[in-house]
Design a binder for this molecule. Structure first.
Ligand code: SF4
Length: 357
């Protein structure tokens, strides 16, 4: 903690002690670097300055503010948790670790972090940074990410927790992992626990944390249809709430089956999803994107409807003008596609696109 006192980064939620800001920062920073998450933190606080504002906002507004940050279930759960805080806690953020665990999207890490930092609960946090520090300091030979590995590391974290100032201690552990005990090239010479670090003493720092052998990442080809009506509006549909990227909007389409061309996938998926027939007029562009557990290539086709039926589906649909698409939250790969379409339209028209304007 003495090291933390002089080396901690100045971050907006650290001085405030406002539990809402601490909760928001913890959720935003899961799986996200601080420099990436910081602008989102400011946008969120600006648009939803209290838990009451968050609870009464529409999920569309929340997803739009979250767009680009990934792992969208975090945003949906923030919204649900804010509503629960209003209905069950009278709008006051809970104080105890156990109460935090009852909120949607709040697991042991977030519950321990928020309750210890904001309210002094004696609960040790175990995030990726803390796991790495502990694996090295104790030269832990098990697989850190396995359930038995996590259990063991969590009991070590609890054993060494400073019970007089658990929140500060947790913050210091996480900061040590983020700034000094980094995944590659840790700065052992600047480390306050160098003399106690077993991995350092044994000269085996790079062997910890021990990992499972890596698996190959699957890849999917996805075809999507850009369908316009006679008013030049584009058809978009909303993903189911319970699916990955749930609640976000996208162009109709789906996964390629190996026996068909990307164009045939596009036509088949539109028929299956919307019960209409289209023809693919031209390929627009292919966009690659990597998610955490798989990669996709999105193949977009300009399509024309050739049946008279109205598109029909259980999911919400919208016909939207090109310049209004920015009001809808899209997955990153769809957004990349829109940016390329803008550039293409600009070069065809000989004008700058809106984004470049
Ligand atoms: S001495 Fe090196 S490996 Fe050990 S905790 Fe410090 S930075 Fe990490």
């Amino acid at each position: 903690m003495a090291w933390f006192d002089t080396n901690a980064r100045a971050l907006p939620w650290r001085d405030s002690k406002d539990p809402y800001q601490i909760w928001l920062s913890e959720v935003i920073l899961q799986q996200t670097r601080v420099d990436q998450g910081l602008p989102y933190f400011h946008v969120f606080l600006d648009r939803f300055p209290s838990v009451g504002h968050l609870a009464s906002a529409s999920i569309d507004d929340i997803l739009l503010a979250w767009e680009g940050l990934g792992y969208y279930s975090r945003a949906r759960n923030l919204h649900k948790a804010a509503k629960q805080i209003l209905s069950e806690h009278g709008g006051k953020l809970p104080r105890t670790y156990r109460e935090w665990l009852t909120l949607p999207g709040v697991g042991p890490y977030t519950a321990a972090a928020v309750s210890s930092i904001a309210f002094g609960e004696k609960e040790a946090v175990l995030d990726g940074n803390v796991m790495r520090v502990l694996s090295r300091v104790f030269a832990f030979e098990g697989i850190a990410q396995s359930s038995s590995g996590r259990k063991h590391l969590h009991s070590l974290a609890s054993d060494i927790l400073n019970r007089d100032n658990p929140g500060r201690h947790n913050e210091a552990m996480m900061e040590l992992g983020a700034l000094v005990c980094k995944p590659r090239n840790p700065s052992c010479g600047d480390c306050p626990v160098e003399k106690n670090c077993q991995a350092r003493i044994l000269g085996r720092v790079h062997e910890f944390p021990q990992k499972r052998p890596s698996k190959s990442v699957p890849h999917f080809d996805i075809s999507v249809a850009i369908i316009r009506d006679d008013k030049n509006r584009i058809l978009i549909q909303r993903r189911p709430e319970d699916a990955m990227l749930g609640g976000l909007w996208e162009f109709p389409g789906g996964k390629n089956e190996k026996t068909e061309s990307f164009e045939e996938t596009c036509i088949r998926e539109v028929r299956e999803e919307l019960a209409i027939d289209v023809e693919a007029i031209r390929p627009i562009v292919s966009v690659k994107h990597a998610y955490s557990h798989f990669r996709i290539t999105l193949h977009a086709f300009e399509c024309r409807q050739i049946s008279n039926a109205e598109p029909t589906t259980d999911l919400p649909l919208a016909w939207v003008l090109r310049e209004e698409l920015s009001n809808y939250a899209f997955p990153r790969a769809n957004r990349k596609l829109l940016e390329i379409m803008s550039d293409e339209e600009a070069s065809e028209n000989g004008t700058l696109s809106q984004d470049e304007d």
